[in-house]
Design a binder for this molecule. Sequence first.
Ligand code: SAH
Length: 213
Amino acid sequence: MTMDAEAKMQFLFALRSKGVTDKRVLEAMESIDRGVFLRGIFARRAYEDMPLPIACGQTISQPSVVGLMTQALDVQPRDKVLEVGTGSGYQAAILSQLARRVYTVERHRRLVREARAAFDTLGLTNITAFTADGSHGLEEQAPFDRILVTAAAEDPPGPLLAQLRVGGIMVVPVGQSDAVQSLIKVTRSETGLDYVELRPVRFVPLVEGLGQE
Ligand code: SAH
């Protein structure tokens, strides 16, 4: 077996052992090369189950966390999904394998540019990336079947809750940025919002306004 194939097998094994068991999620993570979303020395570590640095002082999430969040979102093939916090674009690429259409929003222009290049490299055509403050959501495309926030907010942002369709699900890390946060799953029913706490996580903070670069 080549190094790559062995690294990939270990990667999938690590995902399963951390609770990523949904077949469609595992298939998506098998088919998207995480190395395309990393630069330089970090690209060689793409199949380690570790968060790694990307441009603008941000991080690409740990693969098992990406898997668990995607699994919790329960994406259906006809879904229109919004991701807040494009970062490297890796999570959006995973979502693109499971949903009809993915909109992803990032406050750093440079990250959006690099993520778009990665989507092109992989031939992913159902993702649209915007530079914007995602805490306001994406009014023009609302409502969404699923919303995934990959930066931590003190509370689930009101505009995002408002852009969630009835029957829709939002997954969001909630808590202070310098502490351990809780991953929350919010479901909108006919009568209101249901909240379930899933697990402790650690994300960079959701920051207002656009980034410097
Ligand atoms: N999902 C990413 C990792 C997210 S890191 C991946 O797969 O690589 C969190 C990202 O959220 C960072 O890139 C940060 O710049 C971005 N972010 C923080 N606040 C934001 C906001 N208000 N609107 C849009 N993006 C935001």
